[in-house]
Design a protein around this ligand. Structure first.
Ligand code: G3P
Ligand code: CA
Length: 251
């Protein structure tokens, strides 16, 4: 099993492959996850939506329009219908045949190889979401995670609070959008009562912010990094991990 982050060129920084190695292969497909593994990522960052028949699927947008050859909302499709869409050709024709995977399939395939940073995209759109997450995590035996092998993250703090009431053993991350006035002491204190990770837009990161987050015993993994210079700056600022489309940029 992983002691996550104890290795290699990135030192002790966690390499988090954003939607898989999405700089090299179509985001949130098995091709992008396989690349992420080859590039020695510690975590896969994946985005979750739900189908009409309540399967949790890995796709960023609530609609299939941008990343498949179909149109319409994910929740209007059964998984069987969704699986027939092509999720790779838009990126490059050699990826034609890639499909939208289920959360279960991704965990089963990569468990004990990489961890999972699972972003719940539009929680309020899906009534049975928490129940379904619980079912999948139990089935995949990650409902009592070892070494934070799965982390649930969201921009929606209230939803994370609700989730925590049902599944108190799962480590949580709060995503924070860029905000001109930064992050206050009161916010850090409140957030630290619930989450173990603060994952801000990289533009918010300063050495001082990282220090303040660490002082509340939380870790910091900024998003989304697409160049080597930013990786260097973030490592200098002492972040714990970096969410990037290019997991090989650490080497
Ligand atoms: O993990 C953080 C990052 O993925 C949030 O933005 O739009 O890429 O899901 P987005
Ligand atoms: Ca995401």
């Amino acid at each position: 099993t992983l002691p996550l982050g104890e290795k290699k060129e990135s030192g002790n920084k966690l390499v988090v492959a954003h939607r898989g190695a999405s700089g090299y292969a179509p985001e949130n497909t098995m091709a992008a996850f396989e690349k992420a593994l080859q590039m020695k990522s510690d975590y896969l960052e994946i985005d979750i939506q739900m189908t009409k028949d309540e399967k949790l699927v890995v796709i960023h947008d609530p609609t299939v329009d941008r990343t498949t050859n179909g149109t319409g909302e994910v929740r209007q499709y059964t998984y069987e219908e969704l699986r027939n869409l092509d999720a790779g050709g838009w990126f490059h024709k050699r990826f034609t045949g890639q499909y939208i995977p289920t959360l279960e399939e991704v965990i089963e395939t990569y468990k004990n190889k990489m961890g999972f940073l699972v972003e719940i995209k539009n929680p309020v759109m899906y009534p049975n979401l928490i129940l379904k997450l619980e079912e999948v995590m139990k089935k995949c035996n990650v409902n009592r995670p070892i070494n934070n092998e799965i982390i649930i993250q969201s921009f929606d703090f209230e939803w994370l609070e609700t989730f925590h009431k049902s599944l108190p053993n799962i480590p949580l991350g709060l995503l924070v959008k860029y905000r001109v006035h930064g992050i206050s002491k009161v916010q850090l204190r409140d957030w630290s009562s619930l989450v173990q990770y603060i994952n801000p837009n990289k533009a918010l990161i300063t050495k001082n912010l990282v220090k303040r987050i660490h002082s509340y015993d939380m870790k910091v993994m900024p998003y989304t990094v697409r160049d080597k210079k930013s990786i260097k700056n973030l490592i200098d600022a002492n972040v714990d991990g970096i969410i990037t489309d290019f997991p090989d940029y650490f080497t």
